[in-house]
Every structure is written in structure tokens, then in C-alpha cells.
Design a protein around this ligand. Sequence first.
Ligand code: FAD
Length: 517
Amino acid sequence: SKLFSANQNHQKIFSPPPPPQQQQQDSNPHAAFDTLDLDGHFSFQNTAHASRDFGNRFFFRPAAVLHPKSVSDIASTVKHVYEMGPLSGLTVAARGHGHSLQGQSQADGGIVVNMESLTRRPSQGHLRGGGGGRYVDVSGGELWIDVLKETLKQGLAPKSWTDYLHLTVGGTLSNGGISGQAFRHGPQINNVQQLEVVTGKGEVVTCSEKQNAELFFSVLGGLGQFGIITRARISLEAAPDMVRWIRVLYSDFSKFSTDQEHLISLDESFDYIEGFVIINRTGLLNNWRSSFHPKDPVQASQFVSDGKTLYCLEVAKYYNSHHDDAETVDMQIQGLLSKLHFITSTLFVSEVSYLGFLDRVHVAEMKLREQGLWEVPHPWLCLFIPGSKMDQFASQVFGSIVTDSSNGPILIYALNQSKWNNNIKEDVIYHVSFLASAVPSSTGKDGLDYILARNQRILDFSLGAGIGLKQYLPHYTTQEDWKGHFGSKWEVFLKRKLTYDPLAVLAPGHRIFKRQY
Ligand code: FAD
């Protein structure tokens, strides 16, 4: 193929594209691509969407966007870039749904692979029932919401989720994928049986715990550095159809965290355990994630946390309305709640379908989109905190460094370390996320600069106090910082990079490695 034939054309093709009017005048600027035998196609002009992401803060223009229709489209593209050798300087970034925060799925002057065009129609996915090994094979560009809808047709569903399902399988598996089920099932990367991957050399490799295991474990949570996930085999369980969704409030952090840790330690517990912090806010429902409609909405909206910090424990119990007896479900819930120490007048219960529960953040998204509040800068800060340091972190950060939660939700929930090896050697770790939205061009407390400075204060305090946190979805600009992030695992990470993507072609947006020239 002549895609990147070694003539001078590629220099022209992959320098930043000229403005659209100039491109139109050019008779056939990309002739070299026309001869490539692709099932899908390249686009050179409509690349603007690939230079944005949910974070709305980083904008790197690619030279081209590949819309693959087959795995071989991706493999042959990566292989060409690899075989062109160091001189091309080209990079390739897989783009899922573009919900990264800081340019992680962008490729400055390189090629962005629009993974969503690889999706098979969900009905063509392979769904296997029966026995303990139920799974579904899905494309890396599939949205989790579509995986859910498809598997539910057979009464099955994946076990571990993210809070928001309009993310792709390949995108979340490159990071981890956590939500309120992770205390039991581990993150999404713990619930994958097999992957098909295109490495940085353009090879298509199937891998699992038993086959090419090193690649398998490199790619899961590997920030896209070792390969592009083209197919994933996801473990399934019998799906419930209904959910009792419960929120209770605490004013005392240690009671809140003791209860969370108690709940995640039980064999028979809730099916979902999360929580959030309310600082200087009115009402339990005043939160962009809220599609929560408790039976007593008036009471729920009356809580005034002026000057105070409240902690909301959010739990859910799944059940099957055809098989499970409602009274038994209620008794189980009562049994669990009776051991907790929340403010007794603050028990709010909502009843929703399983699909409605899992897709809850999408409801909020639609509302925010209507108000033009979705496509704003999102200076999020997502952390993992060792359980032993959580009290210290909470007392310094909630109410002191962070004096209100009006910029966006602050999630906090405990996870069992045994379910996830993420470099913090403690039994319990907390996930804490400050999910702020900034008001464009504001210079006040709701502006980007203020929120970024606040995030930095949280990090500075944590460093000074020896909290030993790790960032989730991190963004660093130097390799030194990345070495610090990976700690003792850096050497292994580097060795694997040299094995699977030796020219550092893949996922340049993380800025961990420079394309080898
Ligand atoms: P992208 O942002 O497009 O890509 C992410 C990274 O993965 C990039 O480096 C990209 O190059 C790489 N990549 C993409 N596809 C592939 C592939 N097929 N193979 C290899 N690499 C690939 N995360 C959680 O864990 N839990 C949550 O509850 C959660 N909630 C969220 C809610 C919202 C509203 C948003 C915006 C994000 C949330 N996230 C959550 C974070 C989310 O998991 C990451 O932002 C993820 O990167 C988004 O997935 P995406 O499909 O849009 O991937």
C-alpha cells in the first residue's frame, strides 16, 4: 500500500492541515491515501472533533482521522506508521468517546482512530450463556450503554461499571473503570476474559490470562500505551431488573467512613456502594448527577448544609421483580441499615429499573446539555487515597481547602484493595473525585483558574502531609512525574513499552513517552 509511501508527500500530508478553503482549492492533496486498501476511510478535513475532549481544555489538531471498518484497517495503519520508521514522527491515538479530560485521546499532527466506527451492530456480538463463564465479545469502540442494552436482552449484564455509560469499552479498559460495584467485583479491568489488541508494531494479537499474558495485563489499565483494544470479552452475570436506591446522611466523617468500610467488608452487602460530600449546599438533590427521586423529595431538598459539611452514603440493592420476594429484599436492606450510624431522619429511598439506575448520569447529561452546561471546561481531580490516611485528608480538605461543592459533585467511596492492585498497599483505599465544571471566562470561584488552583492546593497539602495518594486519570507533563506516579512499577512499564510499542507510536496524549525519532 502507498499510505505512507516514502516519498516526500507525507511531509505535506502530515503537516498541520491548511484552513478548509485552501484545502478545497487543492486538487487532490491526499492522493497517497486513495490507493490504500481500507474497509473504512481517512478524513483530513473534518478533524476538529478529534481535537477536543470532555475536559475542554486541550486542543491538538490531528493530521487525519481514520474511521476504521475493520481491525485490519487499524493494524495496517499502525504497521505503516511503524515501518516508516523514526523519520515520519507520526503518532496514533485511539479515540473512544473522547471523554478524556486532558487531551489523552488526541494526537498532535498525528492520526486519531475513531474507534466508534469499528462497532459491530450489538446484535452481532457473541453472547454466551450458561455455566460460570458467561461473557460477551464486544468491539473496543462500543459504548457501555449499548453493551448493557444488548446483554439485558438475554437477562445478563456486565458486573462492574462506571457511573456513566456513554464511554467506550476500550477507553475505560485503558484506565480502569470504577464505580460502586468495584468494592466487590474490582474495576472493569478485572472483569475481562480476553482481548484482541493491535500493538504499536501493527500486529493483531489475542491475549488473556493464559495466552500472551504479559500483553493482556499491560493493556488493561495501560493508558493505551501498549496496544489498541479492538475486541474485549467481558464477564457477565444474571441481571436484576429493579433497584432500591438509597441515600442517607452523616455529619461526622468518621461515622460515614466506618460505615462504608463495614459495608464493603461484608459478604452479603449492598450491590453498589458510593457516597458524596455536600459542602455549603442546600438539599440532597441539588447535584448534577441527580436523577434520584426519593419518595420524600420535599424533605430531601430541605437539608441546608450552610457552612457545614455533610456526607451522603449512597447504596443500592438489586433484585429481580419476577423471582425475589419484595418483603425479603426489604428485610435484607433493613438488616444492613440497622447496623449503620447515619442521621436517622435522613433515609431516602427511590425505586428504579436496573437500566435506569446504571444510566443515571445520562439523565443529568441531557439536562445540562439543554442548559449549555455540558460542553464547558472540566478540571476534574480524581484520586485514590490509602484508607489509613483518609481521616486526615478529609479533615484538611473537606470544608477547609474545599469550601463548597457547588462546582460539581465530590464523590467518595471505599474499595477493597484485594480487588485491585493499584500500588497502594493497604486493605482499604478510597476513591475521591472532585468533578468540577468551570464557567467559561469566569474569574471567580466558579472559574477554571480558581478550580485548578484549588486542585493544586489539595495535591500540595497531600504531598506535604505524606498522604501517599495516587491520581486516577492523571495528566503529567514530564517523564519524571510519570516515574513518580508509577513508582516501583516504572521499570516494568518501560520494558513493556519497548516490547509492544518500541517507537512510542501509540497514545501520545498522555505525554509519557516521546515518539522515537
Ligand atoms: P477516550 O477518552 O476517547 O480515550 C481514553 C484513553 O484511552 C486515551 O488514551 C485513548 O487513546 C485510549 N483509548 C481509547 N480507546 C481505546 C482502545 N480501544 N484501545 C486502547 N486505548 C484506547 N471513569 C471511571 O472509572 N468511573 C466513572 O464512574 C467515570 N465516570 C465518568 C463520567 C463522565 C461524565 C466522564 C466524562 C468520564 C467518566 N469516567 C469515569 C472517566 C472515563 O473512564 C475516562 O474519561 C475514559 O477515558 C473515557 O472513555 P472514552 O471511551 O471516551 O475514551
